[in-house]
Design a protein. Structure first.
Length: 77
């Protein structure tokens, strides 16, 4: 995540500080890419030592999207 944010920052994106509340981490990004302002808000919730969920809501102009990622470690490779 750090490398992705560094690459986006080079393109002019600005990130809000990460806020922690209980087992959730919230942060946002504000970018302008090819003349379009894109804003996103992400909430990462730690469910256990081996599982987490990320909810991302983004808006670009009049369009908005919502993405949900759930991850769980199942075992060794």
């Amino acid at each position: 995540m750090k490398k992705v944010n560094e690459a986006l920052a080079k393109q002019g994106c600005k990130f809000s500080p990460v806020e922690k509340s209980g087992n959730s981490y919230t942060f946002g990004a504000d970018c302008e890419i090819e003349g379009t302002r894109i804003r996103s808000r992400s909430v990462m919730t730690v469910e256990s030592d081996s599982a987490y969920k990320v909810d991302v809501t983004s808006t670009a102009g009049a369009r908005s999207t919502k993405e949900v990622l759930s991850a769980k470690r199942l075992g060794d490779c």
